[in-house]
Design a binder for this molecule. Structure first.
Ligand SMILES: C[S@@+](CC[C@H](N)C(=O)[O-])C[C@H]1O[C@@H](n2cnc3c(N)ncnc32)[C@H](O)[C@@H]1O
Length: 191
């Protein structure tokens, strides 16, 4: 596994069983991004802070600005935010619904991770609100775009939206071939 990834997963603040990322997929994504770093990161769906911890440590410049949204900011997420701020990042959490937050936010991002409500209509609106705020060459990641629980319908909204997006934009998918596949879809804004 990527040595930097191995190192940050050892930190006590990272709770492995609460992280919703498939690490094989994350590793493939990291390989694709190489040495790229971002300076303004928005995460929709902080949950227990798993992906926030991984992506901020590995993809954000020191002193980079990070916003994390969740409708329920729990103590684990607060701990991750606290630790990242101690490391020098500027992380702020908001206990807000993504759509309400995005409608009132007029800043820009160069990296967005959409992993909140896995409902087609919500993701579509999140994307529509976030895309104009994405800087040129910025990236959007969508999570659970190939989820194995698709048969139960749990993540069908993410899968449907990814299929729709692929009709209009060039998307890259990072998927593990084991039964715990989640699927990460990357879209880079080239205009
Ligand atoms: C699948 S979890 C995120 C997992 C996390 N990104 C990780 O990899 O560890 C989804 C989170 O999104 C939050 N959420 C759901 N709908 C939301 C919305 N509309 N706006 C903000 N957060 C939302 C939920 O409370 C939950 O904590």
């Amino acid at each position: 596994m990527n040595s930097e990834l191995v190192e940050i997963l050892k930190d006590d603040v990272f709770i492995n069983e609460h992280c919703h990322q498939n690490l094989i997929e994350v590793e493939k994504l990291l390989k694709r991004l190489g040495n790229r770093k971002f300076s303004s990161f928005l995460e929709i769906g902080g949950c227990h802070g798993g992906s926030l911890w991984i992506y901020t440590n590995l993809l954000i410049n020191f002193a980079g600005k990070v916003i994390v949204l969740d409708i329920d900011v729990n103590q684990d997420l607060k701990n991750v935010v606290w630790k990242l701020n101690r490391l020098g990042y500027q992380v702020t959490s908001y206990e807000k619904h993504s759509l309400g937050f995005l409608r009132n936010f007029d800043g820009e991002f160069d990296f967005v991770h959409i992993d909140g409500q896995h409902d087609y209509h919500v993701i579509k609106q999140e994307f529509a609100l976030v895309y104009p705020k994405l800087k040129k060459h910025g990236i959007i990641l969508l999570h659970d775009t190939f989820n194995f629980r698709i048969t139960s319908g749990a993540h069908i909204g993410c899968v449907d939206f990814r299929e729709e997006l692929e009709q209009k934009y060039r998307c890259e998918n990072f998927i593990s071939n084991d039964s715990s596949v989640c699927g990460i879809t990357l879209l880079e804004k080239n205009v």
